[in-house]
Design a protein around this ligand. Structure first.
Ligand code: 13P
Length: 248
C-alpha cells in the first residue's frame, strides 16, 4: 500500500499572522508523520510559508492552481515552471470551485495537469459530481468524464499524478460522503486508471469534502482511499494534525 497523502487546501483564507500561527502550530505538533503532508496556501503566501517551514521538509508546499499556458502574455497567471523553481511540489488542478467560478473545462484542467507534470510538479487532479448529478445516478459518469480528459492528454505520465475525489455537495457543507459512498467512487477511478495504464494503478486517490478529525479514520480505512484533501479543517492546526495522525 502506498504512503498516504494529506493535503490542506487553504483556499482564499489566511493572512500573514494567521498563516504564521497555523504553520508554527503544525510544525510544533507534527513530529515525523507516517504520511506525506502538503499545505496549499494562496499563491501570494507561498513565500511566507516556505520561510516558516525553513529546512523542515516535513511540510511540503503546494499551489492551488497553475496556468494552462507555458509563459508569456497571460496576465495574472503563474506558470508551472515558476512554481517548480520556487520549490512547489504539488499543485491542485480542477478544483470544483475553479470549474464553477472560473469556468474551467475538463480540457483546460487536463492541460493544467500536463503543465504541472512537465515541470516536475505533482498535479492533484480534482473530480467530483454535483448533488444533482448524484441524484440522477450520474456520479460515475461524471467523474469518469473528468478523469478521461486528463488521461487522454497525459497518457504515459499518469503515474506522476494524484487524483482527488471531491463530491461537490460535500465540500464545505459538513456533510461528508460516507466511507462506502467514497470507496465506491474511488474503486471506479482506480479501475479506470488501471485499465488504461497498469503503472497508474498505484496513483494516490484522495478524498475531499468535509473530512475532519471525527470522520477521517473511517474514510482513510477504505481500501482505495489514499489520503485526504482538506479544506476547513486544514485551517486549524490541532484538527489538521489529528487527520495527519489518522493517515499514519
Ligand atoms: P472542506 O474540507 O472545507 O469541505 O473542503 C474540501 C475541499 O474543497 C478541499 O479541496
Amino acid at each position: 500500500m502506498s504512503r498516504k497523502l494529506v493535503a490542506g487546501n487553504w483556499k482564499m483564507n489566511g493572512g500573514a499572522a494567521a498563516n504564521a500561527a497555523l504553520v508554527n502550530g503544525l510544525l510544533a505538533g507534527i513530529g515525523q508523520p507516517r504520511c506525506d503532508v502538503v499545505v496549499c496556501p494562496p499563491a501570494v503566501y507561498l513565500h511566507q510559508v516556505r520561510g516558516l517551514c525553513g529546512e523542515n521538509a516535513v511540510l511540503q508546499l503546494g499551489a492551488q492552481d497553475v496556468s494552462v499556458a507555458e509563459g508569456g502574455a497571460h496576465t495574472g497567471d503563474v506558470a508551472a515552471s515558476m512554481l517548480a523553481e520556487f520549490g512547489v511540489r504539488y499543485c491542485i488542478v480542477g478544483h470544483s470551485e475553479r470549474r464553477r467560478y472560473q469556468h474551467e473545462s475538463d480540457l483546460t484542467v487536463a492541460h493544467k495537469a500536463e503543465r504541472a507534470l512537465a515541470a516536475g510538479i505533482t498535479p492533484i487532479v480534482c473530480v467530483g459530481e454535483t448533488l444533482e448529478e448524484r441524484q440522477h445516478g450520474l456520479t460515475e459518469f461524471t467523474v469518469r468524464r473528468q478523469l478521461d480528459a486528463v488521461i487522454q492528454i497525459n497518457h504515459g505520465r499518469l503515474a506522476g499524478m494524484v487524483v482527488a475525489y471531491e463530491p461537490v455537495w460535500a465540500i464545505g457543507t459538513g456533510e461528508s460522503a460516507t466511507p462506502e459512498q467514497a470507496q465506491q467512487v474511488h474503486a471506479a477511478l482506480r479501475a479506470r486508471l488501471k485499465a488504461v495504464d497498469t503503472d497508474a494503478a498505484g496513483v494516490r486517490i484522495l478524498y475531499g469534502g468535509s473530512m475532519n478529525a471525527d470522520n477521517a479514520a473511517a474514510l482513510l480505512a477504505q481500501a482505495d482511499i489514499d489520503g485526504g484533501l482538506i479544506g476547513g479543517a486544514a485551517l486549524k492546526a490541532a484538527e489538521f494534525l489529528q487527520i495527519v495522525a489518522a493517515a499514519g
